[in-house]
Design a protein around this ligand. Structure first.
Ligand code: CS2
Length: 507
């Protein structure tokens, strides 16, 4: 706490509006991170301001106490700092009624999911939080945590928590509920439902039968597309926000001005009027997801890896390099866009123009290390479909291949190469395994074959595409031997060449 400054809380006089504390919770949220606090919480505040309703949020962090403890010390309040060059605007959502750590009390998550007052459960647990196998897309029953959950331990995986919570709900009145995934996964609602059903169907005998019947009748899993760039908070932001508030806020969230939420309107137990905050209820969610996960997130990954390898600490710094900007424009326009069914209400040129403005937001300081982390799970959502489509059409997606080569060069560098501090700081659940493969690989080609082919990191279908794997391998070698700028030039040049037939391509 800063010397002598009072802490943000409901009793303090604050220079920004703070709504009254919600009377009761209607939402259980799993994944109490920055994104949820700057996105869904803000929409929920707008919904309650416009239409009331008992839609307070109980926030659950999986393991870490930092946010939860600070939320309690601050009467569930924190500031969202909307940051653009030249302005920082503060808001205080104030929609949480409680917060706790699931690891401290796993049964509480199950009990809350069974509580009929909870009518929506929302998730931001990241791509890494769904316990599925990248190769098969099915529930990863080899995962030790999933196995323990299936064996009847107090559940620790998100899928286990949902399944056990819905099981208890089915046996105690069976009030309708919607489970809403807000993570960057294709068809995130359908995917979540599939994994929960697989969990229940894997239980011994007929243990999962009642819950499966309950799912058929009274549980919906709408899909949704969420979008807002929310970097990690920094001590500097804490000081700036505390100075603006005149009160100490230990957990402010920085966010860009742009925000978007497209949701399928299938809520078995009712829902907040999120449209009051600008959410779009639509039947075209899968189009919005494709648009966002490929154009924004896919290109974001390219910028992060190429940027980190060039020594850029932040996304705006990376996109400020002419070579990386050219690569981003090509991957977006020529490799991602053809694979997307653009939603009816979206002007794709305007969307792309906004993307470059958003990535260029230098005041936000979004770090290449943050976007580049967890690539083993993120890229599986972003690259296989567009890459396969291009390959099927006889085009080599050079910049998607470069994204993957950049990723491997960052987290699994070939022996004797150093990807630099921003790449070294990237975390990834597969990092150790991939680094092991890199340590004994003779060259990039062998590394790419082991990762994409043998390990099927990006699914079965891409594992069989030798020309793509070869191209990734070549680019890993090019980065190692000639540097990332040369690899970018190679791909930009190859993309401009008229004949890029993957069967014939050899750099
Ligand atoms: C980013 C996303 O970290 C990443 O991989 O691409 O977190 C991105 O900032 C958000 O999806 C924007 O909505």
């Amino acid at each position: 706490m800063t010397g002598g400054t009072a802490r943000l809380g409901r009793a303090a006089r604050i220079g920004v509006d703070v709504r009254p504390a919600p009377h009761a919770a209607g939402i259980l949220h799993l994944g109490l991170g920055s994104f949820h606090r700057a996105h869904q919480a803000v929409y929920t505040a707008a919904a309650m301001d416009a239409h009331g309703g008992d839609w307070g949020i109980v926030g659950v962090a999986s393991r870490s106490h930092g946010i939860v403890d600070a939320m309690h010390e601050q009467d569930m309040l924190y500031a969202v700092a909307t940051i653009s060059p030249g302005s920082t605007v503060l808001g205080v959502p104030g929609v949480h009624t409680d917060a706790y750590v699931a690891a401290d009390d796993p049964d509480r998550v199950v009990a809350d999911l069974a509580d009929p007052r909870i009518r929506v459960a929302t998730l931001t647990v990241t791509e890494n939080g769904y316990s599925y196998s990248a190769a098969t897309q099915h529930l990863d029953t080899d995962d030790a945590v999933v196995r323990a959950d299936l064996d009847g331990a107090a559940p620790r995986s998100t899928v286990g928590q949902l399944a056990r919570g819905l099981q208890r709900r089915a046996g105690s009145g069976g009030a309708p509920i919607a489970i809403l995934s807000c993570d960057n996964l294709a068809s995130n609602g359908t995917h979540t439902e599939k994994l929960v059903r697989e969990f229940l169907a894997t239980l011994p005998g007929s243990e999962g039968a009642e819950a499966l019947a309950f799912l058929d009748e009274a549980v919906t899993f709408p899909s949704s597309m969420v979008d807002r760039i929310v970097p990690a908070t920094t001590p500097r932001l804490r000081d700036e926000v505390s100075a603006l508030l005149g009160l100490y806020d230990g957990i402010p969230v920085p966010a860009e001005p742009f925000t978007m939420w497209a949701i399928e309107d299938r809520f078995a137990g009712g829902r907040p009027a999120w449209e009051a905050g600008g959410a779009v209820f639509t039947d075209e969610v899968s189009r919005y997801e494709q648009l966002k996960v490929r154009l924004l997130n896919g290109t974001h990954s390219l910028i992060a890896y190429l940027g980190a390898l060039s020594g850029a600490a932040t996304i705006p710094e990376a996109i400020g390099s002419a070579g990386i900007e050219a690569a981003a424009r090509i991957v977006l326009r020529d490799e991602y866009e053809p694979s997307v069914d653009v939603p009816t209400a979206v002007d794709v040129r305007e969307y792309e123009r906004q993307l470059f403005d958003r990535w260029g937001n230098s005041a936000l300081g979004h770090r290449t290390t943050q976007v580049g982390s967890d690539g083993s799970v993120k890229l599986g959502q972003r690259i296989p479909e567009p890459a396969l489509q291009a390959l099927d059409e006889g085009r080599m997606p050079h910049l998607i291949a470069l994204t993957v080569a950049g990723y491997l060069s960052c987290v699994a560098p070939l022996t004797g190469t150093d990807p630099g501090e921003h790449a070294r700081a990237m975390t990834d659940p597969a990092r150790e395994a991939l680094a092991g493969l890199a340590a004994s690989a003779r060259d990039g080609r062998e590394l790419a074959q082991r990762v994409i082919g043998d390990r099927r990191l990006f699914g079965e279908r891409l594992a069989a595409r030798t020309p793509f794997i070869d191209r990734v391998g070549e680019l890993v070698d090019a980065i190692a031997r000639h540097g990332v700028a040369a690899a970018i030039d190679d791909c930009v040049g190859a993309s401009a060449a008229p004949d890029t037939n993957p069967k014939e391509h050899r750099a």
